[in-house]
Design a protein around this ligand. Sequence first.
Ligand code: GLU
Length: 418
Amino acid sequence: MSDDVNPFESLQEQVDDAAAYLDVPADVIERLKHPERVLETTLSVEMDDGSIELFEAFRSQFNGDRGPYKGGIRYHPGVTRDEVKALSGWMVYKCAVVDIPYGGGKGGIVLDPREYSTAELERITRSYAAELRPVIGPDTDIPAPDVNTGQREMNWIKDTYETLENTTAPGVVTGKAPDSGGSAGRVEATGRSVMLTAREAFDYLGKEIESATVAVQGYGNAGSVAAKLIDDLGANVVAVSDSSGAVYDPDGLDARAAKAHKNETGSLAGFAGAREELTNEELLTLDVDLLVPAALENAIDGDLAPDVGADIIVEAANGPLTPDADDVLTDRDVAVFPDVLANAGGVTVSYFEWVQNRQRFAWTEERVNDELERVITTAFDNLLAAHENRDLPNFRMAAYVVAIQRVAEAAEQGGIWP
Ligand code: GLU
């Protein structure tokens, strides 16, 4: 894991690399490398002991040419302005890859949620929502869950917004609990698109997923659901990890039991269903058929990439490979299926949630999952076509070429005003 690589610079490098294969004017490309605006705010929040604590918080609105800004809110001590800017840009290209009518945004608060009580987290979230209120809305910018946030935080944001606006507006935020207007299938959606991408990737490469060995780095919502659903395809999940380290069994782990252990104890450490404990770095270099990085950015950098043992990587996290790692893995013929396709199930089902909120009509889980499968497999086929027809070096470039083309066309059709 590399702390030296700035994710915003990685995003800009990815856009520049893709631009070399596109006939898009340089000034349009430049625009697509910078956010339209970034809100930076300092929250003052009362703690349970009566003291006031300050929290740095951000919301980056990267590009709105294809629709309202869309993207999650992250609670993490490592959040920075540049990280949020990068993540908001990746949302633009992700929404364009799966062709849903959104731009990209992202928010974050610099905090470790484990250090605060539920009441404190509610006050922090409501304070942030009040700061966001002038710039969000169902037609302007629609937050969602990301690292360390979920239904609870989204319900608070919706309630704060609706109270201050004196209205009902469930579509101001997605990833809510079902009783607050959330969609069936949203919690599992990110892991589901990782599974669908892995399934399609193995099929395309002529390999059997049923007999594949799999390692998953990161066991939050994306990683644990992906592990479970890939296991359901018949694959053998041999290693999983979280920030406490990795657990490994060459004969295979029970992905559901590992999650239950983590829910009970707070971490994977000490999971009785494993034979060995490893470090995260050891997991990332295991000789497996499929590696799923599902934690944070920069998990694999240019130094670690030569040691990666997997043949196929499907990215569940946003930005888990640095551009240097991408170069090494491309040279080594490791097939990398990028975040902007593989984890796009989350925002795709967020889109379905928003459509349902607008219609005030709930879909069944079966309909959600069927529509998600259609969106992801169509996007996968479009990337393959771009990869083959344009002779692109890897699937990330294919994703960016398809996405930038779509955003640039919308930008051109809108023109510049004034
Ligand atoms: N945080 C998720 C992502 O990075 C979901 C965003 C959304 O649903 O808007 O894609």
